[in-house]
Design a protein around this ligand. Structure first.
Ligand code: PLP
Length: 376
């Protein structure tokens, strides 16, 4: 039997709620289930306002519009991230300035950011890689010192914390993902979190194609108008119904993922002795078991490992070509070496981790293969 890298799953009332959404007579956005999902986030994570979106990509694009990012503005973010983190700001005409990762962890090196700040810098986007928090005190200090907006790309960070603060509740804005590869899924789906309350009204307009439809439904205006730019960023109730059924079981999902993650972690410590990197968590970061990864010693070793696993019907994947080296960005980059990001692009591999995976699969099939491959 093949062990895939990821597998979507049903855990509760997903299909029942989709049917119920149809019967409620409203399938477009902002119905019953959308509100339930948003309330869940606001109550559980104490965020000021959350708006369900069709993807994290859309939430990031909304963030860029909300912050009035325009040509001439500079936005700092890690090079080692998903395309959408940067693309959202490129769409507004910003100059993206890529920063490096830590040497031992793919998250942005907070101490390397300040030297990249110029009078044109308008925002910093941090990515909580693998759900592991960035040092948000250092980031918020930069925000205060230089008057910069902070956006948390929390795509991977649901149910994870910086000290006692839920990720996504600290920056001015944050974006979550419910793509099928994340912990909580709805196929495609996302959430924009707005912690700066002065941005809420406009966020609602941007999400509704630039109209004040939301105010109209609340009875605050007597007709709805085109009042700003925007797009169709809100998902249908089909997506929200599926998502809410998953959120209801978030504790069960997280419990299982942590069990799997710890099974990998407890059994793979021995790899450190031969120089293979494992995830490291600073003492201010909690673990949401989004991803378990290894950092190989070189690309050849990483590629050979993926091939060996594949020959044994186990699918592992690598990811993120550092964005400063991407075909789109290469000729726009200022030429700085961003070496840790390149290292993770070349050496990182993610092992299978999904709700329906079993500890036996890890213990009986994956771990023995890894021991054999690395000769430990
Ligand atoms: C998954 C992911 C995204 C994109 O999320 P979508 O919901 O697929 O748009 C953005 N940033 C990071 C760091 C991600 O992991």
């Amino acid at each position: 039997m093949q062990i895939p890298f990821n597998k979507p799953f049903l855990i509760g009332n997903e299909t029942a709620y989709i049917e119920a959404a149809v019967r409620k007579g409203k399938l477009s956005g902002d119905g019953y289930y959308t509100l339930e999902c948003q309330t869940f986030f606001e109550e559980r994570y104490g965020v000021t306002k959350s708006l369900l979106t069709t993807s994290c990509t859309d939430a990031l694009e909304m963030a860029a519009i909300l912050l009035n990012i325009a040509p001439g503005d500079e936005v700092i973010m890690p090079s080692y991230t998903f395309v959408s983190t940067a693309n959202a700001f490129i769409l507004r005409g910003a100059k993206v300035v890529f920063s490096d990762s830590h040497s031992h962890h793919p998250g942005i090196d907070e101490d390397a950011i300040e030297e990249l700040i110029t009078p044109k810098t308008k925002a910093i986007v941090v990515v909580h890689y693998a759900g592991i928090a960035c040092d948000m005190e250092k980031i918020m200090q930069l925000s205060t010192k230089y008057n910069l907006f902070i956006v948390e790309d929390a795509a991977q960070a649901i149910e994870s914390f910086y000290k006692d603060k839920p990720l996504g509740s600290i920056g001015h804005l944050a974006a979550f993902s419910f793509h099928e590869t994340k912990n909580i899924i709805s196929g495609e789906g996302g959430m924009l979190v707005i912690n700066d309350s002065s941005l809420i009204d406009r966020a609602e307009v941007i999400r509704e194609k630039g109209t004040n439809r939301n105010k109209f439904f609340k009875g605050e205006v007597d007709k709805y108008n085109w009042v700003d730019i925007g797009s169709s960023f809100l998902p249908s109730e089909l997506t929200a119904a599926f998502l809410y059924a998953q959120l209801e079981h978030i504790d069960t999902i997280q419990h299982k993922r942590l069990l799997l993650w710890n099974t990998y972690n407890n059994n793979l410590q021995v790899l450190k002795k031969i120089g293979i990197g494992l995830p490291t968590l600073p003492d201010y970061a909690s673990n949401n078991a989004h991803s378990f990864f290894l950092i190989c010693r070189n690309t050849e070793e990483r590629d050979a490992l993926i091939a060996t696993l594949k020959n044994n019907n186990i699918l592992a994947v690598f990811h993120y070509q550092s964005l400063h080296q991407s075909p789109y960005f290469l000729d726009k980059h200022d030429g700085r070496k961003i070496k840790n990001a390149d290292h993770f692009s070349e050496c990182l591999v993610r092992l299978p981790l999904f709700y329906e995976l079993n500890t036996e699969d890890i213990l009986n099939r994956i771990i023995p293969l890894l021991y054999n491959f690395f000769k430990v």
